[in-house]
Design a protein around this ligand. Structure first.
Ligand SMILES: [Zn+2]
Length: 484
């Protein structure tokens, strides 16, 4: 039976995201810039001027209060009519319920989270023989799901900007790696206590191959002059986790070596993690990873040069070792600084892939073979980004895109079909061989109740034929991961 791939999901717990940075960001986003500037200014004035300013502010405040009172007069009738009240509160309640569900799944042990997913899916699919995709009366059944949880490097270098006495100074990726690996181990070790028949359950539903999170900003190259703090070297990280990928001369070798890892035997020691424990690398531009540092983006020329050298080192290494790289590519996400928004743009990747070096009188695009997945297909709200992602997937052999998070809305698949139908038959064919299924679980729980529901939307949509669905959830993912 074929294997179903979810090539974009996350398994994290509450200690992983940089919560302080995100709360600060949210606060700053909701406040207009002039208010923040005014706050800063007012702090420098003496008391008398402060009082005068507050008096002046009092008048607009009074005006606002009257306006608000008038506004509530308009809203109150809606709250009295039961139908509209239900609509307003229903939406609110659903949002709160989703957030509580997301918090629960982040608070429980990662292994337990996986076990709960298996329990849920077995209830839906065991009677059908496995995860079932439909097209009219035809079905395709999958008895195993490969998940590639993507770790995100939340470590932040700009803690100096924080005014709190204590700061988030380092958030080592190893702690996250440890939690995830222990979670995977616990899934295999303890599922027999929960999955029926208890004590003797069927073989595991999930096969898990994590992606290492990496932000080059948080690392140094050994050739750089020493800086302050504890240095972490990019060379060491890549060597430790991927050096042996070089010997995977065929996709079969890669898949076999990754599958040989018996996670139930993981001893909890992070030092024992090495090559073939991770299937690829995840980069996350909203947290400050810049795929292609350009001089005008940096005040300091040396900083720009170093950032650029690091990404070049990364791409060289990934091409040489055939490592798949998944990049977040939509303008949403955990955006910790507005100036990082553009880092997510597919235009940045166009610069990487199209970078030309002169070699013996010939101009060569040295990174055009990068094995790259541009996540979220550019995002639902950015048609220009989606167009660019499609353009890159058509132009470069190893560029893919995934549709993670998009499927929280079941109508999205119809819209995607419309998008694909705009292309010529030949281009449409190439594109359907470049799109990969992904859920963005657990982040997607902000907008959908369960993992099972997300899979159901995909399984039941009539926007794609059964063969197209099989491309998205199996064939394309296998090729991207260098499993086939
Ligand atoms: Zn994601």
């Amino acid at each position: 039976m074929p294997v179903f791939f979810d090539a974009h999901c996350h398994m994290m717990n509450l200690s992983h995201p940089n919560l302080t940075a995100m709360i600060k960001r949210t606060f700053k986003d909701t406040m207009p810039k002039w208010v923040l500037m005014l706050f800063d200014k007012v702090n420098t004035f003496n008391v008398v001027i402060k009082i005068i300013i507050w008096l002046l502010l009092f008048l607009p405040l009074l005006f606002m209060t009257i306006l608000l009172a008038l506004l509530s007069l308009i809203i109150i009738p809606f709250l009295i009519i039961p139908a509209s009240r239900k609509a307003i509160f229903g939406k609110f309640r659903e949002k709160v319920a989703n957030i509580m569900n997301l918090l629960a799944v982040m608070e429980t042990d990662i292994g337990d989270c996986m076990i709960q997913l298996e329990e849920e899916l077995r209830k839906i699919y065991d009677s059908k023989g496995g995860l079932t995709l439909n097209e009219g009366n035809r079905v395709k059944v999958y008895d195993k799901i490969v998940m590639t949880p993507l770790i995100m490097d939340f470590g932040l270098k700009n803690y100096q900007n924080s005014k709190s006495p204590y700061k988030v100074r380092w958030k080592p990726i190893v702690a996250q790696v440890e939690d995830l690996c222990l979670g995977i181990r616990d899934y295999y070790r303890y599922r027999a206590d929960y999955i029926k028949p208890a004590g003797n359950p069927p073989p595991p539903l999930f096969e898990i191959h994590p992606f290492m999170g990496l932000n080059t900003r948080n690392y140094q190259l050994k050739s750089f002059p020493p800086g302050d703090g504890r240095p972490s070297f990019l060379e060491d990280l890549l060597d430790k986790n991927f050096s042996d990928f070089e010997n995977d001369t065929t996709p079969e070798i890669r898949y076999r070596k990754l599958s040989e890892r018996d996670w139930s035997e993981f001893n909890g020691n992070i030092e024992s993690i090495g090559s073939h424990d991770f299937a690829g690398i995840k980069v996350y531009p909203p947290l400050g990873f810049n795929p292609w540092p350009e001089q005008e983006e940096y005040d300091n020329e040396e900083e720009w040069r170093q950032e650029w050298q690091k990404v070049c080192y990364l791409y060289d290494f990934c091409i040489k070792h055939n490592i798949p790289v998944t990049a977040h590519c939509s303008d949403g996400g955990f955006l910790v600084d507005k100036k990082y928004r553009n880092y997510s743009s597919p235009q940045k990747w166009a610069k990487v892939l199209g970078f030309v070096v002169k070699q013996e009188d010939r101009e060569v695009e040295i990174y055009k073979r990068l094995r790259l997945n541009l996540g979220h297909f550019g995002g639902a709200g950015r048609d220009d980004w989606r167009d660019k992602v499609a353009e890159l997937a058509l132009a470069y052999e190893n560029v893919y895109t995934d549709i993670s998070y998009q499927g929280v809305d079941e109508k999205i698949y119809g819209k995607m079909k419309q998008f694909l139908d705009r292309f010529s038959a030949a281009e449409r064919k190439v594109l359907t061989e470049k799109i990969i299924f992904g859920s963005d679980f657990m982040i997607n729980l902000q907008d959908i109740e369960t993992y099972g529901k997300y899979l159901e939307y995909f399984a039941n949509t009539d926007a794609f034929t059964l063969d197209e669905k099989h491309l998205l959830c199996h064939v394309n993912a296998m090729r991207y991961l260098y499993f086939a």
